[in-house]
Design a protein around this ligand. Structure first.
Ligand code: ADP
Ligand code: MG
Length: 739
């Protein structure tokens, strides 16, 4: 029996469903309440208070708050406390947990256990082991930053993200969040640059805050991600080499009951998935991931979860951890979770909305309109600066969300287009309009002159309260008290998008302050100077504001008129990373050196090529070893049938239908063969390109764009012709309807 038919049969078999809900208990088990388990595996500051000396505790706290360095003797003390806590919880090993540019997380475990020179056995963990480890970096992408003879890389402790204990089966490991750098100090991971942006942004934003409120000492970028994902039965997935190796289906007829009925969104969650969700949520709570919502998404078998927002560094770590946990827990339930941006054609793909804002140490959300005119001007200042930053660096933001997977989703009438625009809502649109032009229609501002205008901003919060309209088609939307960067792909590490967003906002704020200060020096009043510069910024950034339907054809044309970049594929969009403008931007904000950003570009381009190559290989294999054989097998049955009818003396016209079917299948098979041959040639041409950039563009535009769809069309036609019993690949209807 084929894997497919076997898996289908297994679907109704309860033993196959892994851990399912236990409904025999009628009273809730209190030990499992979220508040009881939350962060129970995390070395929180409260735990630190118990296990550390006063000095060590203070040093750790300050390092979290102000990025203070921790010296070696204090680190020894912290390591000791951490070891005591961890071993009390059954931990035997520790690891530096880091995020290399492969996109997944990495770890290398060492045990605490050591043998001393006198032969005695002890647990050992000192400040050195806490602060730095030296994993072999040679198998991680470096984009040429690391000479092959110098394979060493270093991981360095990030005290601002708490340590945690990861449980896998019976094993408990202490995980230390770290940044990953090369021997020469160049950044090789995601976390290092992100942390640098938080420093730049804090400085720039705090300085601007001081125009309004001198008591603010720190500004933190906050992130609340929304993770979309698909869940499929593991048995069925094993029958799909494309899902296994590429994370998405390369072929498959869209099932009759796709998402047309719109009955999945917010519908009741299937029991098997529900059991999986509760399981991964519990694991997440233990690790301090503050998950808040879960629900069905638009497509069948698609779901979403979202946490309460946190500071961007911890939020990114938590998203990486969550993806890892979900992957692991799914297997316990004989399920598989798919984070790919477009696992199935014809239905929605998955994104990861990045809700982003700026919070002060005094508890103010800078993107939330305040209670009085002064705080509203502060809100407008940050609001306008963000819009200006997005306008000025739209190409770089586009590059930050580029990936082979996301290419299938962006602009496919389900996700934001590749054009970066900002949605602000009708009321704020008017506010900006009136602030800029000084012409008031009386809705927001009562008076015409700038001075009076300040007073009138006070009406803002109440007005906004009932006016936060929604626009699902915008890649970057203001949603009342935060911006939502919606174009981020579901599989992405949020760091890329957040690093760029933080940098461009920090940079814009620095210039803003310079301009305002210049006007103040010339004798303008502070508020007046701020309004003057804001007016200028609104005027220049206005083209990026779009309130209409981002999916529409008209917007493509309108955006072109406005000169907004509309870069449709990854290889071309990545170029924005290495323009002189971008390199200087990153350098002056101390995020990436020129060499570092060039290396990152190289890594992204190579990743893209590798991705297409894997898909091509899987595509050829599936055609040769599954699609063609299934089709021929079925043809043989038809041939037998025709021969039999002939033998019995039936006339030609009695087997006309069979004849037609034979021809239809043959036509698809020969077209398929021809396409695969041409594809081969196009690949060879792509491989002759000298630079990786040109190679990636050729793989995208001359291979992928030209051949993916026609090949798929042939295969899908065959799926519609060949006897279901002969078809070895699990079909969409089976994959998408979980039982
Ligand atoms: P929706 O699906 O309507 O966009 P959700 O409730 O699913 O809304 O997600 C909203 C996300 O925005 C949550 O992750 C939430 O924590 C986050 N969020 C709310 N306020 C902020 C903020 N100030 N900064 C960052 N993220 C925020
Ligand atoms: Mg959202």
């Amino acid at each position: 029996m084929s894997l497919r038919l076997n898996a289908i049969q297994n679907l109704s078999n309860t033993d196959n469903k892994g851990v399912v809900s236990d409904n025999t208990k009628t009273v809730m088990d209190n030990t499992k309440s979220i508040t009881n388990v939350f962060a129970s595996s995390v070395f929180t500051l409260e735990v630190a208070r118990q296990y550390l000396s006063n000095d060590a505790y203070k040093a750790l706290r300050e390092s979290i708050r102000d990025n203070q360095k921790i010296d070696r003797t204090i680190a020894d003390q912290i390591a000791n406390g951490v070891k005591a806590w961890a071993t009390s919880k059954g931990v035997t090993h520790y690891t530096h947990w880091f995020q290399p540019l492969t996109g997944t997380t990495a770890e290398k475990h060492d045990s605490f256990f050591t043998i001393k020179s006198d032969g005695s056995v002890i647990d050992e963990f000192d400040g050195g082991a806490l602060i730095q480890q030296e994993p072999d970096a040679s198998s991680f992408p470096s984009g040429g930053l690391r000479a092959t003879f110098e394979a060493r890389g270093y991981t360095l402790w990030d005290p601002s993200s708490p340590m945690f204990i990861m449980q896998v089966g019976e094993g408990f490991t202490l995980c230390i969040p770290t940044i990953f750098i090369s021997y020469t100090g160049d950044s090789l991971g995601f976390k290092g640059p992100l942390l640098k942006t938080t420093i730049a942004l804090n400085k720039a934003a705090t300085n601007v805050c001081h125009y309004f409120d001198k008591s603010i000492n720190k500004v933190t970028a906050t992130l609340g991600w929304e993770q979309e994902y698909f869940v499929v039965d593991e048995g069925l997935l094993n029958g799909r080499p494309d899902l296994l190796e590429c994370g998405r289906t390369l072929f498959g007829v869209v099932s009759a009951k796709g998402q047309q009925l719109e009955d999945h969104y917010f519908g009741s969650i299937p029991e098997r998935v529900y059991a999986f969700m509760r399981d991964f949520e519990m694991e997440s709570y233990k690790l301090g991931i503050p998950l808040k919502t879960r629900h069905n998404e638009v497509a069948p078998s698609q779901f979403e979860c979202a946490p309460i927002f946190e500071n961007v560094n911890v939020a990114v770590d938590h998203n990486c951890l969550l993806m890892d946990i979900m992957d692991r827990v799914a297997k316990r339930h004989n399920l598989r979770v798919l984070f790919h941006e477009k696992p199935f054609a014809g239905i929605n793909g998955s994104g990861k909305h990045n809700n982003w804002s700026l919070g002060t140490d005094t508890g103010i959300n800078l993107l939330s309109p305040g209670k009085n005119p002064k705080s509203n001007l502060m809100f407008l200042t940050f609001f306008v600066n963000v819009i200006k930053a997005v306008h000025d660096h739209a190409d770089l933001l586009r590059a930050s969300i580029a990936s082979a997977g996301n290419d299938f989703r962006l602009g496919a009438n389900e996700a934001p287009p590749a054009i970066i625009s900002v949605f602000v809502g009708s009321l704020l649109f008017e506010v900006l309009e009136e602030l800029q032009t000084g012409v008031t229609n009386g809705k927001v501002f009562d008076k015409h002159n700038d001075h009076q205008r300040m007073d009138v901003v006070k009406n803002l919060p109440e007005l906004l309260l009932d006016n936060t309209d929604r626009n699902r088609t915008s890649p970057f939307a203001f949603t009342g008290n935060k911006f939502e960067f919606r174009a981020v792909g579901a599989a992405a590490n949020c760091s890329n998008a957040m690093t760029v967003l933080n940098t461009v906002v920090a940079d814009t704020l620095v210039y803003f302050k310079k301009e305002v200060d210049m006007l103040i020096e010339k004798g303008e009043k502070k508020e007046q100077a701020i309004v003057t510069v804001l007016k200028k910024y609104i005027a220049s950034a206005k083209p990026v504001i779009f309130e209409g339907d981002g999916y529409s054809e008209e917007w493509q044309q309108e955006a072109a008129k406005r000169n907004l970049p509309n870069i449709k594929n990854t290889p071309r969009s990545l170029n924005a990373m290495i323009t002189n403008k971008a390199k200087d931007l990153f350098e002056r904000n101390n995020i990436y050196s020129h060499a570092e950003i060039e290396a990152r570009y190289e890594i992204e381009v190579e990743k893209y090529i590798k991705n297409v190559k894997i898909e091509l290989k899987v595509m050829r294999d599936m055609v040769a070893t599954q699609i063609v054989p299934s089709s021929i097998k079925y043809q043989n049955v038809i041939v037998q049938n025709i021969l039999g009818l002939k033998q019995l003396g039936y006339l030609d016209n009695t087997y006309k239908a069979q004849d037609k079917l034979l021809q239809d299948i043959s036509l698809q098979l020969s077209t398929l063969q021809q396409l695969v041959g041409e594809l081969e040639k196009a690949t060879q041409v792509a491989d002759t390109k000298a630079s990786t950039t040109d190679k990636a563009i050729a793989y995208c535009e001359d291979v992928k764009d030209k051949f993916y769809d026609p090949i798929r069309t042939c295969v899908d036609k065959l799926e519609g012709l060949v006897d279901d019993q002969f078809w070895t690949l699990p079909k969409y209807r089976e994959l998408l309807i979980l039982r």
